[in-house]
Design a protein around this ligand. Structure first.
Ligand code: HEM
Length: 554
């Protein structure tokens, strides 16, 4: 069947498929999947070697039939490698897309690639069309932000030259037709500098960029890749832990949890390098381009969603934006250690579950399967039944706490300090979503620490001194974290309420922000039905320059 014939009637329907019913089966994770004989295997086939990275390094450039696409991608980046301004800096990207792609019928070329079922090439095309789509929709948002420090609505119609290939590629990959962390912005967007070298930060470069190939955007993306380069060991340890719990094999279980712990430590150490590689003062400069069009009810940038021209019945669509929330390393730990089971049944948990849909199908199914299989194998109960296993369970849960703690500090320093805009790129409410997840890990850690005998008892039973010492430190950290977070949340609650009161007070006063908004939207159909008084596009903040790489002014 011709691929376009399969386009969904409405892209807004969440028609992503799950392997329901298969999640309980034992999963055999291969060591490696490479070479042309595996051409049709999904790019994100999960292996013990590569974990959540694509099974082969991403394709760096497109076949010559797509030279118009490649040219737009090269010329759009705000800071061009030769020091000039790119199309996005000049506000010329939207016009360039329509004038340069119209009439080329690249949709036909895209469909030929889809029919070939060359999954690596399909994935590269999806990455590149995602970059074009986000740049096109968010260009007005970024221009306004660079000029005023405030956000502005994006474009509400995606032209068919982008919309139809996007929809067809997304359909083939069974993903939403929008930029996503794994399949476009981060995990499909790196190349090794030395082909024979390791997948390691110093040996990586970007394939595509919105702002700059050598500055903070590079650091932001490639630190994620550097972390995920360890994920093969996470997958391997998680699989061995589930198998050991099923086989009642205590030694194998402890060995697997010990390997899991070592790997999470490597990942957390890599994450810590973010501060130096991607400056907090630079983040907002490329962040405009990774926002999404969801949530439907409450996204001031896309109050009426986005119409994909020529796709299905052209109903407005709403998709979450790019976010590390779509990474699979932490959900893997949450599910394996049965932390997920402790999530309260509320709106924020729905957000977390929704994030899990925004990733390659293989990862979606795998993460869901770990949740089901770990519950069946009673991983947590098995860990709690033995002091040494429980000690490893605590060490791993503490690593997940450490990740979320550092992450919350990133969010405060990179975002909250610099913008009052309440939505994160993935569309979650910043002040509520991340702290909830952190507080849940802390409560699981607390529960596990309370169940563990005292250090003296552990030592008297012959437990390794180093492990006992580390676990004791976890206990202390857990108590401190809980106290600090509780106090902090009280303060944020007050700030949030003040913000709401202030917004009510100033509503309808016609201040300069609103004036700018109205001026800019005078010829924009998108704003016709929107009440300006209710819009919060973030407060005006002074942009500061960072000092990483060649990240220059703008
Ligand atoms: C400057 C650095 C970072 C900032 C400012 C940041 C910001 C955020 C924000 C605001 C969210 C909320 C979800 C949303 O987008 O709506 C989020 C979620 C998330 N991010 Fe990041 N992030 C950063 C780095 C990372 C890194 C390096 C990773 C590693 C994979 C990561 C993984 C995650 C995860 C797993 C979540 C879901 C939260 C959870 O489960 O508790 N982030 N991020």
């Amino acid at each position: 069947m011709h691929p376009t014939a399969r386009l969904r009637a409405s892209l807004n329907e969440k028609s992503i498929r799950f392997a329901a019913g298969n999640l309980l089966r034992p999963v055999v994770i291969p060591e490696r999947v490479t070479g042309t004989k595996h051409k049709s295997a999904p790019a994100f086939t999960i292996t013990r070697e590569r974990g959540f990275l694509p099974r082969e390094d991403p394709i760096k450039s497109l076949p010559s039939a797509f030279k118009a696409v490649e040219s737009l991608l090269d010329r759009m980046t705000i800071h061009q490698p030769n020091g000039t301004d790119g199309l996005l800096a000049l506000g010329q990207f939207g016009d360039a897309v329509t004038s340069e792609l119209r009439g080329l019928n690249l949709e036909h070329e895209v469909n030929k690639v889809i029919e070939s079922n060359d999954q690596l090439l399909i994935s590269a095309l999806f990455r590149d069309y995602c970059f074009l789509t986000s740049a096109y929709l968010l260009e007005p948002v970024d221009i306004a932000f660079r000029q005023t420090g405030e956000y502005f609505p994006g474009r509400s119609i995606l032209p068919k030259e982008l919309a139809r290939p996007m929809a067809a590629l997304a359909e083939k990959l069974n993903q939403f037709p929008f930029m996503e962390y794994a399949s476009s912005y981060a995990l499909q967007n790196w190349a090794r500098i030395n082909e024979n070298g390791r997948i390691h930060y110093d040996n990586l470069r970007l394939i595509r960029a919105f702002e700059d190939f050598s500055g903070s955007e590079k650091g932001f993306i490639l630190v994620h890749v550097d972390m995920v380069a360890h994920s093969g060991q996470l997958v391997s340890a998680a699989e061995d832990a589930i198998a050991a719990a099923n086989n009642n094999d205590r030694d194998a279980f402890n060995n697997a949890l010990s390997r899991l712990h070592k790997t999470y430590r490597l990942i957390n150490n890599s994450m810590e390098t973010m501060w130096g590689r991607s400056k907090p003062a630079d983040y907002l400069k490329f962040r405009s381009f990774i926002f999404g069009t969801a949530p439907k009810a409450d996204n001031p940038m896309f109050p009426n969603g986005v119409i994909y021209e020529g796709v299905g019945d052209e109903k407005p669509t709403h998709f979450r934006g790019e976010s590390g929330a779509n990474d699979s390393m932490i959900p893997l730990g949450d599910n394996l250690l049965e932390i997920t089971a402790k999530l309260p049944d509320n709106e924020l948990t729905k957000v977390l579950r929704d994030f899990r849909q925004y990733r390659p199908m293989t990862q979606r199914e795998y993460i869901a399967s770990v949740e089901v299989r770990a519950t069946e194998a009673k991983v947590k109960e098995f860990a709690f039944a033995d002091p040494k296993s429980l000690a490893f369970y605590i060490l791993n849960t503490d690593q997940i706490r450490e990740f979320r703690d550092r992450h919350w500090r990133f969010t405060k320093e990179y975002i909250i300090r610099r913008s009052s805009y309440g939505l994160a790129t993935g569309g979650s409410p910043i002040l509520k979503y991340l702290p909830q997840n952190l507080s849940i890990v802390v409560s699981v850690l607390d529960e596990a620490c309370n169940a563990l005998p005292s250090s003296q008892v552990l030592l008297s039973k012959g437990m390794d001194e180093e492990i006992v010492k580390s676990v004791e430190e976890c206990r202390q950290r857990s108590e401190i974290q809980k106290r600090v977070l509780d106090r902090e949340m009280e303060v944020w609650q007050i700030v949030d309420e003040q913000k709401k009161t202030e917004s009510l007070r100033t509503s309808g006063t016609g201040d300069s922000k609103l004036g700018f908004y109205k001026r800019r939207s005078s010829n924009s159909k998108v704003m016709e039905d929107t009440s300006f008084a209710e819009i919060d596009m973030g407060e005006k903040k002074r942009l500061q320059r960072g000092s990483v790489g060649s990240d220059r002014g703008g």
